[in-house]
Write a protein that binds this ligand. Structure first.
Ligand code: URA
Length: 218
């Protein structure tokens, strides 16, 4: 892993005080024209869930529905993700959902390295607000741009990467599960692994019983 995930920890002033504010951050996101995606977006897509949360869930970039609503993971993939998170007893207070890029790439293409780089300062600020301990990376693009590594997601999913006190879980993107339902169990298991580690760390109350994997898409 390169320095990328650790640079998010930098403080804003020499005394270690945070000079940033969430409203100012949102204004800067709305104003951003650091790459061409800012010209074609309908809305900038920043976050869903709690601002500060023990778990940060990171996707690739907004799709059509997200571009309209201005929130991440509100389309078909998001509905599947929510179904699994709810079955595992997560509530919106437990997580902060974000994307590598905040503006929809035309035709839902993968964000380019330049687009991801242009979005990085805002992402770093967002990361400092979320202050997660656990990080779920949904799919190969989130994995690549967050860690700087290029492995296939099938190879790295399901095992924590421990780095600078963070526990990072790469896993499949829910959009992939919509096309390959036989891998649903892998995504569910990976999220369940995160949940149980968070319980062990005292970050979540234990569930009453073992969670059952839901079928369906919403
Ligand atoms: N896919 C993503 O990676 N992010 C979203 O917000 C929606 C779909």
């Amino acid at each position: 892993m390169d320095q990328q995930s650790t640079e998010f920890e930098k403080q804003d002033d020499s005394a270690g005080r945070t000079t940033d504010s969430w409203p100012r951050f949102l204004e800067d996101c709305a104003r951003c024209r650091q790459c061409a995606l800012g010209e074609t977006r309908q809305q900038v897509v920043v976050h869903r869930g709690a601002i500060r949360a023990p778990l940060m869930i990171i996707g690739e970039g907004p799709g059509a529905e997200e571009d309209i609503q201005g929130k991440p993971f509100v389309g078909a993939a998001g509905r599947l993700l929510d179904l699994l998170l709810t079955a595992l007893g997560f509530s919106e207070d437990d997580f902060h959902i974000a994307n590598i890029v905040k503006c929809r790439p035309p035709d839902n293409r993968v964000p380019t390295p330049d687009e991801a780089k242009a979005c990085r300062p805002l992402f770093a600020r967002q990361f400092r607000f979320a202050k997660p301990v656990y990080i779920v990376l949904l799919g190969a693009t989130a994995y690549k741009y967050f860690t700087g590594m290029n492995d296939g997601i099938s190879k790295v999913r399901g095992r924590f990467i421990k780095k600078n006190g963070y526990r990072i879980m790469p896993t499949f993107h829910p959009a992939y599960i919509l096309r390959n339902d036989r891998e649903r169990v892998s995504l569910f298991q990976d999220l369940a692994t995160v949940r149980s580690a968070m319980e062990t760390d005292g970050l979540l109350e234990p569930l009453d019983g073992p969670p059952a994997m839901p079928t369906g898409r919403r």
